[in-house]
Design a protein around this ligand. Structure first.
Ligand code: ZN
Length: 281
């Protein structure tokens, strides 16, 4: 059986409509509808207590749900101010500690702003990687994989090139390819299987096939403007895309085993199930 997993970011409209309230109830819910993964959201800060994280971990284990965490949005590893980069390291460590407490296997991190000088921002980011990894290894948190995400706004660091370049700097890192973001920042470049395959081949070239095989993936349709990402949509959208079916073809062709997280607007569960169905067809 393939180790590919389908899951959701945060809780969904349906989850709440069914009367559920707490994140603790998500793993049982996901198992009941046939999904495999839950990306816990710490976008506004890592506020989950150790006790609650452990409870969530126990629920996930019982219902065979793989956990990952999205780290705070305000992380900016490219910040020209060293003190602020230090803060970013602290937020990453907090996310890893929460991951340790709940048994999450991956955390997703945004690189940050491209700022006024993109080359300098990339330089700061490059220097941040060994600094970050030595702290992570020192605390023994290096069995949790840090995934840098491709970003949807052109002003943010996180083109496919930039993301892969950073991930290549340490063997333990993985990219989080967010195809909605990639499509948004490239004004709708992802249409055919070949379009997706180009990104996958680029990842294989940068990181090697073994690492590329298990990449992290976000998928949703996203409304975009000339500046890139504007708003997450649902699979009901037929205008902006991208479509999952051509990506499913590429995943099968290259025998990839990503964790695929739906970030649809409220319909993450419905759309993750649609993706799973398309993939299994
Ligand atoms: Zn993200």
């Amino acid at each position: 059986m393939s180790k590919i997993k389908f899951g959701i970011a945060g809780a969904t409209d349906k989850f709440y409509e069914l009367g559920h309230k707490a994140s603790l109830e998500v793993p049982a819910y996901l198992n009941s509808i046939g999904l495999d993964a839950f990306e816990y959201q710490c976008g506004r800060g890592v506020n989950i207590s150790a006790a609650l994280a452990e409870k969530l971990g126990a629920e996930a284990k019982m219902h065979r749900i793989t956990l990952t965490i999205h780290s705070p949005y305000y992380i900016n590893i490219a910040n020209p101010d060293e003190a602020k980069r230090k803060n970013s390291l602290r937020y990453i460590m907090q996310t890893l500690e929460a991951a340790r407490n709940m048994g999450a296997v991956r955390i997703v991190v945004h690189m940050g702003s491209g700022g006024e000088n993109r080359a300098a921002a990339m330089d700061n980011s490059r220097r941040f990687i060994p600094y970050m990894m030595s702290a992570v290894r020192e605390r023994g948190l290096d069995d949790i994989t840090i995934c840098f995400e491709t970003m949807g706004k052109i002003s943010q660091l996180g083109s496919v090139d930039e993301t892969l370049e950073l991930c290549a700097l340490d063997d333990s890192l993985l990219p989080c390819l967010d195809f909605g973001h990639i499509n948004a920042r490239t004004q709708g470049s992802l249409k055919t299987a070949e379009d997706y395959e180009q990104v996958i081949l680029q990842m294989q070239n940068a990181l090697g096939k073994a690492r590329a095989k298990i990449f992290h993936c976000h998928f949703s349709k996203i409304l975009y403007t000339r500046a890139g990402e504007s708003k997450h949509l649902t699979f009901e959208d037929t205008e902006y895309g991208p479509e999952f079916a051509p990506l499913a073809k590429v995943i099968k062709k290259h025998k990839l085993e990503p964790i695929i997280i739906s970030e649809s607007r409220g319909t993450q569960d419905v759309d993750a199930l649609t993706m799973k169905k398309i993939y299994l067809n």
